[in-house]
Design a protein around this ligand. Structure first.
Ligand SMILES: Nc1ncnc2c1ncn2[C@@H]1O[C@H](COP(=O)(O)OP(=O)(O)OP(=O)(O)O)[C@@H](O)[C@H]1O
Ligand SMILES: [Mg+2]
Length: 142
């Protein structure tokens, strides 16, 4: 599904609606150039999960954890080469809640085994417009 948003608030709203359909075990994978709106989208996910804490990018930590209807784990691979399996346990996070990963394309093959997942690709159309492509990939047994 593709949608165009015309402000960061609209992007947050799209993510908030998506978050209401998420369940424990879902991985949300975000791509898009620098400043595309990946972190804004994660802020919307947090809002939709009933998280009131301010969501900032996990720049100096590998993962930020927020408590809501489901816990949200926010990971950003921008400064990394690949998913740091030796430091964080994605399976454990997905047993507890939802994980959102910015710059997942840096370790595309690592995420291949994970389902269900939602792939969110954000394209910059103009200064304030973004095209957001959302693809749900559910596990076969669902
Ligand atoms: N329609 C829109 N949706 C989302 N953000 C928008 C939109 N229009 C303008 N913006 C602006 O784009 C920027 C998006 O920043 P954000 O930190 O979310 O990007 P990012 O993709 O996480 O970047 P990075 O790769 O650096 O982590 C913000 O400054 C926001 O105000
Ligand atoms: Mg970001």
């Amino acid at each position: 599904m593709k949608t165009i948003t015309r402000s960061e608030e609209e992007t947050i709203k799209v993510a908030e609606d998506l978050a209401r359909r998420l369940d424990k075990g879902y991985l949300v994978l975000l791509s898009g150039e620098l400043g595309a709106g990946k972190t804004r989208f994660v802020q919307g996910l947090a809002k939709g999960l009933g998280i009131s804490d301010a969501v900032t990018s996990p720049t100096f930590t590998i993962v930020n954890e927020y408590r809501g209807r489901l816990p949200l784990f926010h990971i950003d691979l921008y400064r990394l080469e690949r998913f740091p399996e030796e430091d964080i346990d994605l399976d454990e996070m997905l047993e507890k809640g939802v994980a959102a990963v910015e710059w997942w394309g840096k370790d595309r093959s690592f995420f291949e085994q994970y389902k269900p997942r939602v792939i969110v690709s954000i394209r910059v159309v103009s200064e304030s417009e973004r095209e957001i492509d959302i693809a749900w990939e559910d596990s076969s047994e669902k």
